[in-house]
Design a binder for this molecule. Structure first.
Ligand SMILES: NC(=O)c1ccc[n+]([C@@H]2O[C@H](COP(=O)([O-])OP(=O)(O)OC[C@H]3O[C@@H](n4cnc5c(N)ncnc54)[C@H](O)[C@@H]3O)[C@@H](O)[C@H]2O)c1
Length: 277
């Protein structure tokens, strides 16, 4: 008989979550911390880290935090080294920090009026916007996995989990193109790193969320009217919440997934399948 306590065990694990002070990253952190993992939240929002660490510690969880911009590679290396140093190891890392895609070339949403957006058109696309999104959602993922590998390869074990997006799979005209390119790039980076590290006992996978109500983009998806409009285009007729991530986070960090690597698991209420009704 296989008990779920052992199969999904994460107690005692040393875990780092980038972008861990909010939304999906905070969901990952809570799922693992509630099951006995020791979790470090890395985020550029120092105020939110302080508030979330205080809340989770008060709930009895072993959680710490540090402020870092994941695009500052030296600072990111130091923060990951510090966390691994504090625990004496690094078992699981979530490369999750991310920002809003900004506008795409169409406005509105599936099933509604879809005006052309001048700013989102290819010939008008802004360099600074392209660079910033590629920096956070692709370059920083590389830097995060590299820093983690320096700890995981010598210990010959580890879990790397990257938050990509359903936009890595399905093009959506309302989403800025840099975001889709960065997320698709991160998904393929995951496959490549998984291949290289498979013999070292390290698994590398991606979680590709659909539409989740978080603080991204000023928290637009947390507003009831926006949620209702978006939910019409989702086969499950609702947006996701960070709590929807608990199961996948535990699966990918625990022994239950030890033979799963290089995969991108979509969690989107059917959004990437197409329009249901
Ligand atoms: N919410 C969605 O609908 C959705 C859909 C697909 C993918 N995602 C991805 O999920 C991940 C988490 O986003 P979320 O929706 O939870 O948003 P969120 O805004 O609630 O959380 C993102 C966190 O990342 C942090 N962050 C942003 N830039 C950073 C940087 N340079 N350095 C350090 N921290 C930084 C923010 O401060 C924030 O705390 C992102 O990679 C995002 O692209 C979200």
């Amino acid at each position: 008989m296989i008990g779920i306590e052992k199969l999904f065990a994460v107690a005692g694990q040393a875990v780092v979550v980038t972008g861990g002070a909010s939304g999906i990253g905070l969901g990952y952190a809570e799922a693992l911390a509630a099951n006995g993992a020791r979790v470090t939240l890395l985020d550029m929002d120092a105020g939110r880290i302080a508030a979330e660490v205080a809340r989770l510690v008060a709930a009895g969880y072993d959680v710490r935090g540090a402020s870092v911009d994941v695009t500052d590679r030296a600072a990111l290396d130091r923060a990951i080294d510090d966390a691994a140093g504090a625990y004496g190891r690094l078992d699981t890392i979530f490369a999750n920090a991310g920002i809003n895609s900004g506008v795409g070339y169409l406005g509105g949403w599936v099933g509604a009026e879809r005006p052309r957006i001048t700013e989102g058109a290819l010939e008008n696309y802004d360099d600074a916007r392209w660079d910033r999104i590629i920096d956070i959602s692709l370059n920083a993922v590389f830097a995060t996995l590299r820093a983690a590998a320096r700890h995981m390869r010598p210990q010959r074990s580890g879990r790397m989990i990257v938050t990509t997006s359903a936009a890595a799979i399905r093009c959506e005209p309302a989403i800025g193109m840099a975001y889709m390119a960065a997320k698709a790039g991160a998904a393929h980076l995951v496959r490549n790193v998984a291949l290289e590290l498979a013999a070292d006992g390290i698994t590398v996978n991606a979680i590709a969320p659909g539409m989740f109500a978080t603080n991204i983009g000023g928290g637009a998806l947390r507003q009831a009217e926006v949620q209702a409009a978006v939910a019409r285009g989702i086969p499950a007729h609702r947006v996701g919440t960070p709590a929807d991530m608990y199961g996948l986070a535990l699966f990918l960090a625990s022994p239950a997934s030890s033979y799963v690597t290089g995969q991108q698991i979509v969690i989107d209420g059917g959004f990437s399948l197409g329009q249901a009704d």
